[in-house]
Design a protein around this ligand. Structure first.
Ligand code: FBP
Length: 346
């Protein structure tokens, strides 16, 4: 009798069906999750490992580099060296790193998202995007393909449970790591984002810097049942993108990290290639949507590995509603494609 909770390995084997390209994707996901199981153990050791949450440098643009950021990068790099991966583009390295010449895939990765939360014992995670290397394309260029070209993406959440949220373009599924044998097992198949949860996630301390479109949208949400939405909204802000994404996949709600008027935040805070793009595929496979406020994240052609982007995700109707606020304020949009879409629509 098939198990109620098939393992990740079983799921990937039955999905890949002996196809060499799909087997390469499966091997890559297995390598990533094996490293994540090790990382989860290291995180759980917390105060027993000297300096785990220690800041060891400034990564620029409001980011600090912690000991655990560097350790996570090393763990994933050494795991991917043994997978069919030509290059890895990581938040923790300035340029893409070559792994296996001629291999079929590349991986973009944020080895440890939410690292400002390490020492507060709050959920953190690893986000990854798997892309093909088309014939004649260099691995560097392959890392900068639009998100719609991804063959797989996912994140591992190190929280009360260690959980993998993954898509191989066959729905978005959750695998939970069993505490005894540390094997990932399918615990939720084919997630679908709830369309109408009245909950938002945004760092409200930046309100005065937001574009007028976001200020107007948020004013309408906060007006609750006395405002145009005619219902009260709840707020959550964990400060770990992976935790917000997980909550929204599980119970709905909307996430915004818009570009704003602060120096260095004009294009937002989050990274396009290894944060927004993989999350956007997970969202779309779960019936949701992700944009930079206006343009679908999966359609954006990245220009550089560490590029920042405004990010909005959640149920499609709410994401579209936010686009309308931007469109109602021409010139206020932070998206370079704002006027293009306006023109297209016109
Ligand atoms: P890192 O990738 O450097 O960990 O930073 C990303 C992040 O921590 C996200 O997880 C989170 O959504 C955001 O920054 C929080 O930013 P802020 O502190 O401005 O609210």
């Amino acid at each position: 009798m098939p198990s109620e909770h098939p393992t990740l390995a079983d799921y990937l084997a039955s999905w890949s069906q002996g196809d060499p390209v799909l087997i390469a994707v499966a091997e890559t996901i297995s390598a990533l999750t094996a490293a994540s199981a090790e990382l989860s153990r290291l995180i759980a050791e917390g105060p027993f490992v000297r300096g785990l949450g220690e800041t060891i440098g400034d990564a620029g643009g409001g980011d600090v580099k912690k000991f655990l950021d560097v350790e996570s990068h090393k763990l994933f790099k050494s795991a991917l060296e043994k997978a069919p991966v030509a290059a890895m583009g990581s938040e923790e390295a300035d340029a893409a790193e070559v792994l296996n010449d001629g291999a079929a895939l590349v991986v973009a990765i944020d080895p440890l998202d939410g690292s400002s939360n390490i020492d507060t014992n709050v959920s953190i995670g690893t986000i990854f995007s798997v892309l093909p290397v088309p014939d004649g394309m260099s691995p560097d260029a392959a890392l900068l393909q639009a998100g719609k070209e991804q063959v797989a993406s996912g994140f591992i959440l190190y929280g009360p449970q260690t959980t993998l949220v993954v898509t191989v373009r066959d729905g978005t599924h959750i695998f939970t790591m069993a505490p005894d044998d540390r094997v990932f097992q399918l615990t939720r198949r084919d997630l679908k984002i709830a369309p109408d949860k009245a909950e938002y996630a945004i760092n409200a301390s930046n309100e005065r810097h937001w574009p007028a479109a976001v200020q107007a949208y948020m004013r309408d949400l906060k007006a609750g049942r006395d405002g145009p939405r005619r219902q009260d909204f709840n707020m959550r802000w964990v400060g770990s993108l992976v935790a917000e994404a997980y909550r929204i996949l599980i119970r709905g709600g909307i996430f915004l990290y818009p570009g704003d008027a602060r120096k260095g935040y004009e294009k937002g805070r989050l990274r396009l290639v290894y944060e927004a793009i993989p999350l956007a595929l997970l969202m779309s496979q779960a019936g949701g949507a992700a944009t930079d406020g206006v343009t679908p994240i999966l359609d954006i052609e990245p220009e550089s590995l560490h590029q920042r982007v405004s990010l909005v995700f959640g149920p499609p109707d709410e994401v579209e509603r936010i686009a309308q606020y931007y469109e109602a304020r021409p010139g206020d949009g932070n998206s370079p494609l704002f006027s293009e879409r306006g023109l297209l629509r016109g």
